[in-house]
Design a protein around this ligand. Sequence first.
Ligand code: COA
Ligand code: ZN
Length: 295
Amino acid sequence: MKRIEIYEVGPRDGFQSVCTYIPMQTKLDVIERVMNARISHIQITSFVSPKAIPQMMDAKELATVCIEKYPNADFSALVPNLFGATTAADTGLKKISYVVSLSESHNRANIRRSHEESFEELQRIMRELPQLDICVDLATAFGCPFEGKKKPEELVDFIRPYVDCGIKTVDLCDTVGVANPAQVRETIAAVNAAYPDLALQIHIHDTRNMGMVNTLAAIESGITAVQSTLGGLGGCPFAPGASGNLATEDLVHMLCEMGYDTGVDEQRIVEAAKYEHEMIDGVYSGHLYKIENNI
Ligand code: COA
Ligand code: ZN
Protein backbone atom coordinates (compact mmCIF):
# COMPACT_ATOMS: atom_id res chain seq x y z
CA MET A 1 0.00 0.00 0.00
CA LYS A 2 1.43 3.36 -0.97
CA ARG A 3 1.74 5.78 1.92
CA ILE A 4 0.47 9.35 1.55
CA GLU A 5 1.20 11.89 4.29
CA ILE A 6 -1.66 14.28 4.97
CA TYR A 7 -0.65 17.79 6.03
CA GLU A 8 -3.53 19.60 7.74
CA VAL A 9 -3.29 23.34 7.06
CA GLY A 10 -6.77 24.37 8.23
CA PRO A 11 -5.62 26.06 11.46
CA ARG A 12 -3.68 28.46 9.22
CA ASP A 13 -5.29 28.63 5.79
CA GLY A 14 -8.83 27.88 6.95
CA PHE A 15 -8.85 30.01 10.10
CA GLN A 16 -7.23 33.01 8.40
CA SER A 17 -10.28 33.25 6.14
CA VAL A 18 -12.69 33.57 9.05
CA CYS A 19 -13.36 37.24 9.63
CA THR A 20 -14.51 37.09 13.26
CA TYR A 21 -11.91 36.07 15.85
CA ILE A 22 -12.03 32.38 16.79
CA PRO A 23 -11.32 31.91 20.51
CA MET A 24 -7.93 30.26 21.01
CA GLN A 25 -9.51 27.41 22.96
CA THR A 26 -11.70 26.54 19.96
CA LYS A 27 -8.61 26.54 17.72
CA LEU A 28 -6.86 24.23 20.20
CA ASP A 29 -9.91 21.94 20.35
CA VAL A 30 -9.88 21.60 16.55
CA ILE A 31 -6.14 20.85 16.54
CA GLU A 32 -6.68 18.25 19.29
CA ARG A 33 -9.36 16.52 17.22
CA VAL A 34 -7.09 16.46 14.18
CA MET A 35 -4.30 14.96 16.30
CA ASN A 36 -6.74 12.38 17.68
CA ALA A 37 -7.57 11.40 14.11
CA ARG A 38 -3.84 10.59 13.77
CA ILE A 39 -2.76 13.52 11.62
CA SER A 40 0.33 14.97 13.20
CA HIS A 41 1.61 17.13 10.34
CA ILE A 42 -0.30 20.33 11.11
CA GLN A 43 0.27 23.94 10.09
CA ILE A 44 -1.00 25.37 13.34
CA THR A 45 -0.87 29.12 12.67
CA SER A 46 1.01 31.92 10.93
CA PHE A 47 3.37 34.50 12.34
CA VAL A 48 2.21 37.48 10.33
CA SER A 49 1.36 41.07 11.06
CA PRO A 50 -1.83 41.20 13.16
CA LYS A 51 -2.76 44.24 11.08
CA ALA A 52 -2.70 42.08 7.93
CA ILE A 53 -4.45 39.03 9.49
CA PRO A 54 -6.00 39.83 12.90
CA GLN A 55 -7.15 36.20 13.25
CA MET A 56 -3.54 35.14 13.86
CA MET A 57 -2.84 37.54 16.72
CA ASP A 58 -2.66 34.61 19.16
CA ALA A 59 0.04 32.76 17.14
CA LYS A 60 2.71 32.89 19.82
CA GLU A 61 0.53 31.66 22.66
CA LEU A 62 -1.17 29.02 20.55
CA ALA A 63 2.11 27.60 19.27
CA THR A 64 3.55 27.51 22.79
CA VAL A 65 0.53 25.59 24.13
CA CYS A 66 0.52 23.16 21.17
CA ILE A 67 4.23 22.33 21.47
CA GLU A 68 3.97 21.81 25.20
CA LYS A 69 0.99 19.51 24.79
CA TYR A 70 2.31 17.56 21.77
CA PRO A 71 6.13 17.69 21.86
CA ASN A 72 6.45 14.98 19.20
CA ALA A 73 3.98 16.34 16.66
CA ASP A 74 5.15 17.67 13.31
CA PHE A 75 3.90 21.24 13.68
CA SER A 76 4.81 24.11 11.39
CA ALA A 77 3.70 27.70 10.86
CA LEU A 78 3.65 30.05 7.93
CA VAL A 79 5.96 33.07 8.07
CA PRO A 80 6.49 35.93 5.61
CA ASN A 81 9.67 37.43 7.09
CA LEU A 82 12.54 37.17 9.59
CA PHE A 83 10.42 38.75 12.33
CA GLY A 84 7.86 35.95 11.98
CA ALA A 85 10.53 33.24 11.72
CA THR A 86 12.25 34.49 14.87
CA THR A 87 8.99 34.55 16.83
CA ALA A 88 8.13 31.06 15.57
CA ALA A 89 11.54 29.73 16.61
CA ASP A 90 11.17 31.39 20.04
CA THR A 91 8.04 29.35 20.70
CA GLY A 92 9.99 26.14 20.04
CA LEU A 93 8.72 25.46 16.52
CA LYS A 94 11.27 23.64 14.41
CA LYS A 95 9.56 23.96 11.06
CA ILE A 96 8.32 26.93 9.07
CA SER A 97 6.70 27.50 5.71
CA TYR A 98 8.18 30.58 4.09
CA VAL A 99 5.70 32.08 1.66
CA VAL A 100 6.66 33.64 -1.66
CA SER A 101 4.50 33.98 -4.77
CA LEU A 102 5.57 32.92 -8.25
CA SER A 103 3.83 36.05 -9.49
CA GLU A 104 5.59 39.20 -8.37
CA SER A 105 2.35 41.23 -8.32
CA HIS A 106 0.78 38.71 -5.95
CA ASN A 107 3.93 38.69 -3.82
CA ARG A 108 3.67 42.47 -3.48
CA ALA A 109 -0.07 42.32 -2.72
CA ASN A 110 0.33 39.56 -0.15
CA ILE A 111 3.56 40.38 1.63
CA ARG A 112 4.56 43.75 0.19
CA ARG A 113 7.87 42.58 -1.18
CA SER A 114 9.56 42.21 -4.55
CA HIS A 115 10.86 38.78 -5.53
CA GLU A 116 14.38 39.94 -4.80
CA GLU A 117 13.45 41.20 -1.34
CA SER A 118 11.66 37.94 -0.52
CA PHE A 119 14.69 35.90 -1.56
CA GLU A 120 17.07 38.10 0.45
CA GLU A 121 14.81 37.79 3.50
CA LEU A 122 14.87 34.01 3.21
CA GLN A 123 18.65 34.02 3.11
CA ARG A 124 18.65 36.16 6.24
CA ILE A 125 16.38 33.62 7.96
CA MET A 126 18.64 30.74 6.90
CA ARG A 127 21.69 32.59 8.22
CA GLU A 128 20.17 33.69 11.54
CA LEU A 129 18.04 30.63 12.29
CA PRO A 130 19.95 27.71 10.77
CA GLN A 131 18.17 25.27 13.07
CA LEU A 132 14.82 25.80 11.28
CA ASP A 133 13.53 23.29 8.77
CA ILE A 134 12.15 25.49 5.97
CA CYS A 135 9.57 24.59 3.35
CA VAL A 136 9.06 27.21 0.64
CA ASP A 137 5.35 27.74 0.04
CA LEU A 138 5.21 28.80 -3.59
CA ALA A 139 1.93 30.72 -3.85
CA THR A 140 0.20 31.24 -7.24
CA ALA A 141 2.27 28.33 -8.64
CA PHE A 142 -0.51 27.48 -11.10
CA GLY A 143 -1.88 30.94 -11.84
CA CYS A 144 -2.47 34.39 -10.41
CA PRO A 145 -5.40 36.81 -10.56
CA PHE A 146 -3.06 39.59 -11.77
CA GLU A 147 -0.57 37.81 -14.02
CA GLY A 148 -2.43 34.68 -15.17
CA LYS A 149 -0.60 31.39 -15.69
CA LYS A 150 3.12 30.92 -16.12
CA LYS A 151 4.84 28.12 -18.01
CA PRO A 152 6.30 25.23 -15.97
CA GLU A 153 9.77 26.29 -17.22
CA GLU A 154 9.28 29.72 -15.62
CA LEU A 155 8.42 28.05 -12.32
CA VAL A 156 11.47 25.81 -12.63
CA ASP A 157 13.70 28.86 -13.26
CA PHE A 158 12.11 30.77 -10.39
CA ILE A 159 12.90 28.15 -7.78
CA ARG A 160 16.50 27.53 -8.97
CA PRO A 161 18.11 30.03 -6.52
CA TYR A 162 16.02 28.58 -3.69
CA VAL A 163 17.21 25.07 -4.45
CA ASP A 164 20.78 26.30 -4.91
CA CYS A 165 20.78 27.96 -1.49
CA GLY A 166 19.75 24.73 0.22
CA ILE A 167 15.94 24.60 0.27
CA LYS A 168 14.91 20.95 0.34
CA THR A 169 11.10 21.19 0.17
CA VAL A 170 8.81 23.27 -2.00
CA ASP A 171 5.04 23.34 -1.64
CA LEU A 172 3.27 24.05 -4.95
CA CYS A 173 0.24 26.13 -4.00
CA ASP A 174 -2.76 26.68 -6.24
CA THR A 175 -3.66 29.75 -4.23
CA VAL A 176 -6.71 30.80 -6.26
CA GLY A 177 -7.80 27.38 -7.49
CA VAL A 178 -7.08 27.70 -11.22
CA ALA A 179 -5.00 24.57 -11.82
CA ASN A 180 -6.11 21.65 -13.96
CA PRO A 181 -4.83 18.05 -13.78
CA ALA A 182 -2.82 18.28 -17.02
CA GLN A 183 -1.07 21.41 -15.76
CA VAL A 184 -0.39 19.78 -12.38
CA ARG A 185 1.20 16.74 -14.09
CA GLU A 186 3.24 18.87 -16.46
CA THR A 187 4.49 21.16 -13.69
CA ILE A 188 5.50 18.32 -11.38
CA ALA A 189 7.26 16.48 -14.21
CA ALA A 190 9.22 19.64 -15.09
CA VAL A 191 10.26 20.26 -11.47
CA ASN A 192 11.20 16.61 -10.89
CA ALA A 193 13.29 16.57 -14.07
CA ALA A 194 15.17 19.73 -13.05
CA TYR A 195 15.57 18.94 -9.33
CA PRO A 196 15.29 15.20 -8.70
CA ASP A 197 16.24 15.57 -5.03
CA LEU A 198 13.75 18.30 -4.19
CA ALA A 199 10.79 17.16 -2.08
CA LEU A 200 7.46 18.51 -3.31
CA GLN A 201 4.17 19.07 -1.56
CA ILE A 202 0.88 20.12 -3.11
CA HIS A 203 -1.67 22.62 -1.80
CA ILE A 204 -4.80 22.94 -3.90
CA HIS A 205 -7.78 25.24 -3.42
CA ASP A 206 -11.17 23.91 -4.41
CA THR A 207 -12.45 27.18 -5.88
CA ARG A 208 -13.45 25.60 -9.21
CA ASN A 209 -14.34 22.17 -7.81
CA MET A 210 -11.03 20.72 -9.00
CA GLY A 211 -9.38 20.24 -5.62
CA MET A 212 -9.73 16.47 -5.67
CA VAL A 213 -8.76 15.84 -9.30
CA ASN A 214 -5.76 18.14 -9.08
CA THR A 215 -4.57 16.60 -5.82
CA LEU A 216 -4.99 13.11 -7.26
CA ALA A 217 -3.07 14.16 -10.37
CA ALA A 218 -0.25 15.30 -8.07
CA ILE A 219 -0.31 12.00 -6.16
CA GLU A 220 -0.28 10.02 -9.40
CA SER A 221 2.71 12.14 -10.45
CA GLY A 222 4.58 10.86 -7.41
CA ILE A 223 3.84 13.44 -4.69
CA THR A 224 3.44 11.78 -1.31
CA ALA A 225 2.89 14.86 0.93
CA VAL A 226 -0.45 16.51 0.41
CA GLN A 227 -2.01 19.54 2.09
CA SER A 228 -5.70 20.02 2.79
CA THR A 229 -7.99 21.73 5.32
CA LEU A 230 -10.51 20.18 7.66
CA GLY A 231 -14.04 20.67 6.32
CA GLY A 232 -12.62 22.54 3.32
CA LEU A 233 -12.89 25.67 5.46
CA GLY A 234 -11.84 28.76 3.57
CA GLY A 235 -12.94 31.76 1.61
CA CYS A 236 -14.55 34.64 3.46
CA PRO A 237 -18.20 35.52 4.13
CA PHE A 238 -17.35 39.00 2.75
CA ALA A 239 -15.81 37.70 -0.47
CA PRO A 240 -18.45 35.78 -2.41
CA GLY A 241 -17.03 32.95 -4.50
CA ALA A 242 -13.83 32.58 -2.50
CA SER A 243 -13.13 29.01 -1.50
CA GLY A 244 -10.93 26.97 0.78
CA ASN A 245 -8.65 24.02 0.20
CA LEU A 246 -9.73 20.54 -0.64
CA ALA A 247 -11.40 19.06 2.48
CA THR A 248 -9.10 16.75 4.47
CA GLU A 249 -11.78 14.21 5.34
CA ASP A 250 -12.95 13.92 1.71
CA LEU A 251 -9.36 13.42 0.56
CA VAL A 252 -8.71 10.81 3.24
CA HIS A 253 -11.89 8.98 2.24
CA MET A 254 -10.95 8.89 -1.44
CA LEU A 255 -7.42 7.71 -0.71
CA CYS A 256 -8.64 4.97 1.66
CA GLU A 257 -11.19 3.81 -0.94
CA MET A 258 -8.39 3.65 -3.51
CA GLY A 259 -6.20 1.55 -1.23
CA TYR A 260 -3.68 4.19 -0.20
CA ASP A 261 -2.38 4.19 3.35
CA THR A 262 -2.85 7.58 5.05
CA GLY A 263 -2.74 6.34 8.65
CA VAL A 264 -5.71 8.63 9.37
CA ASP A 265 -8.75 7.54 11.40
CA GLU A 266 -11.50 8.26 8.88
CA GLN A 267 -14.34 8.31 11.40
CA ARG A 268 -12.53 10.70 13.73
CA ILE A 269 -11.52 13.09 10.98
CA VAL A 270 -15.13 13.30 9.82
CA GLU A 271 -16.19 13.97 13.42
CA ALA A 272 -13.51 16.67 13.68
CA ALA A 273 -14.91 18.37 10.57
CA LYS A 274 -18.42 18.22 12.01
CA TYR A 275 -17.18 19.75 15.27
CA GLU A 276 -15.42 22.54 13.42
CA HIS A 277 -18.52 23.24 11.35
CA GLU A 278 -20.59 23.54 14.54
CA MET A 279 -18.09 25.76 16.32
CA ILE A 280 -16.75 28.04 13.60
CA ASP A 281 -18.92 30.12 11.33
CA GLY A 282 -17.20 29.99 7.96
CA VAL A 283 -17.46 28.79 4.37
CA TYR A 284 -17.02 25.01 4.07
CA SER A 285 -16.63 23.00 0.88
CA GLY A 286 -16.36 19.50 2.39
CA HIS A 287 -18.95 16.85 1.51
CA LEU A 288 -18.42 13.84 3.74
CA TYR A 289 -19.20 15.38 7.13
CA LYS A 290 -22.50 16.69 5.71
CA ILE A 291 -23.55 13.32 4.26
CA GLU A 292 -22.67 11.42 7.43
CA ASN A 293 -24.45 13.87 9.71
CA ASN A 294 -27.47 14.83 7.58
CA ILE A 295 -26.38 18.48 7.50
N1 COA B 1 4.55 39.06 12.85
C1 COA B 1 3.97 40.02 13.62
N2 COA B 1 4.06 41.34 13.35
C2 COA B 1 4.78 41.68 12.27
C3 COA B 1 5.41 40.73 11.45
C4 COA B 1 5.26 39.37 11.77
N3 COA B 1 5.81 38.43 11.03
N4 COA B 1 6.04 41.37 10.47
C5 COA B 1 5.84 42.69 10.66
N5 COA B 1 5.06 42.87 11.74
C6 COA B 1 4.58 44.13 12.28
C7 COA B 1 5.69 45.15 12.45
O1 COA B 1 6.27 45.02 13.73
C8 COA B 1 4.96 46.44 12.28
O2 COA B 1 4.27 46.73 13.48
P1 COA B 1 4.02 48.25 13.93
O3 COA B 1 3.19 48.88 12.86
O4 COA B 1 3.29 48.10 15.24
O5 COA B 1 5.39 48.85 14.05
C9 COA B 1 3.91 46.14 11.23
O6 COA B 1 3.71 44.72 11.30
C10 COA B 1 4.33 46.52 9.83
O7 COA B 1 5.63 46.01 9.59
P2 COA B 1 6.34 46.07 8.16
O8 COA B 1 7.64 45.35 8.23
O9 COA B 1 6.37 47.51 7.67
O10 COA B 1 5.42 45.19 7.30
P3 COA B 1 4.43 45.58 6.12
O11 COA B 1 3.39 46.55 6.57
O12 COA B 1 5.24 45.89 4.92
O13 COA B 1 3.71 44.15 5.92
C11 COA B 1 3.95 41.79 6.17
C12 COA B 1 4.44 43.04 5.50
C13 COA B 1 4.56 40.62 5.41
C14 COA B 1 4.42 41.75 7.60
C15 COA B 1 2.42 41.73 6.16
O14 COA B 1 1.96 42.09 4.88
C16 COA B 1 1.90 40.37 6.51
O15 COA B 1 2.00 39.93 7.64
N6 COA B 1 1.29 39.67 5.55
C17 COA B 1 0.77 38.37 5.78
C18 COA B 1 -0.05 37.98 4.64
C19 COA B 1 -0.66 36.62 4.83
O16 COA B 1 -0.64 36.01 5.88
N7 COA B 1 -1.25 36.14 3.74
C20 COA B 1 -1.92 34.89 3.74
C21 COA B 1 -1.02 33.73 3.80
S1 COA B 1 -0.26 33.37 2.27
ZN1 ZN C 1 -3.86 28.31 0.52
